[in-house]
Write a protein that binds this ligand. Structure first.
Ligand code: ADP
Ligand code: MG
Length: 246
């Protein structure tokens, strides 16, 4: 579903991703771990075309992008990739002047040009799926952080993406609201969604991930099944990281 080959990203002269080879299979749940500044967000953003690639290439659901392509070609391909990937951010990024339902159906109306009645029906189904059917007419400011993030997930699902990318989706939440968001993500995983999740929720990683990928300094240092990664990390850097966070 996802493959990067020699993917590099620099900001000015600072190389933030160094020749990353990364793969995600269909229906796989990959948790990306690593210290702050290790390049996790940048990797997710490169997968989605939110950052320009400095080098290498990637494929998402059959759409190839190579850093050597023309801007025009890359933009066209990333537009396609963005339709097939849903992204959920730490800050929910909902439109404050739109209701929960309006947030969810925006892309259906604008990108898919779906008739309003069909979009509303689809939006109601999506809100129900994240447990928020009764909040359809609420504005984000009237929702808790956990509810806002669930609306953001419903919005990302509206385009029926092949892959969901989550960048610390629970890091901005009060502790008592984390569980309801993780529950929705668990359900998605159970339904066979392909997911890449940056998170510090180690219990989620242990229970839900098929694979943990540990990054540091812009490279993948180590990866493996959660059970073996957490029990017996192979590298000193991973050991140090796990000691710090647990
Ligand atoms: P993580 O998500 O693992 O904390 P990031 O991908 O956000 O790490 O950042 C990796 C490195 O890239 C950091 O050193 C950060 O300062 C740098 N960086 C990220 N975005 C930008 C940007 N837009 N401009 C300059 N440097 C950036
Ligand atoms: Mg980050």
């Amino acid at each position: 579903m996802i493959r990067t080959t020699g993917l590099s990203k620099s900001f000015h002269n600072h190389e933030v991703l160094r020749s990353i080879d990364f793969q995600v299979d269909k229906t796989e749940i990959v948790v990306l771990l690593g210290p702050s500044g290790s390049g996790k967000s940048t990797l997710l953003r490169c997968l989605n075309g939110l950052e320009e690639l400095s080098g290498g290439s990637l494929t998402v659901n059959g759409v190839d992008v190579d850093s050597a392509m023309s801007h025009r070609e890359k933009n066209a391909r990333f537009r396609e990739i963005r339709r097939q990937t849903g992204m959920v951010f730490q800050q929910f990024n909902l439109y404050p002047h739109k209701t929960a339902l309006e947030n969810v159906i925006e892309s259906l109306l604008i990108v898919k040009r779906m008739p309003k009645a069909d979009a509303v029906a689809a939006g109601e189904r999506l809100l129900k799926r994240v447990g928020l059917a009764e909040k359809r007419d609420a504005y984000p400011s009237r929702l808790s952080g956990g509810q806002q993030q669930r609306v953001a997930i419903a919005r990302a699902l509206a385009m029926e993406p092949a892959v969901m990318l989550f960048d610390e989706p629970t890091s901005a939440l009060d502790p008592e609201l984390v569980g309801e968001v993780l529950d929705v993500m668990r359900e998605l995983a159970g339904e066979g969604m392909t997911m890449v999740v940056v998170t510090h929720e180690m219990k989620f990683a242990r229970q839900v991930a098929n694979r943990v990928v540990f990054m540091d300094g812009g490279v993948i240092v180590e990866q493996g099944e959660p059970a073996s990664f957490f029990q017996s990390p192979q590298t000193e850097r991973a050991r140090r990281f796990l000691n710090q966070i647990t």
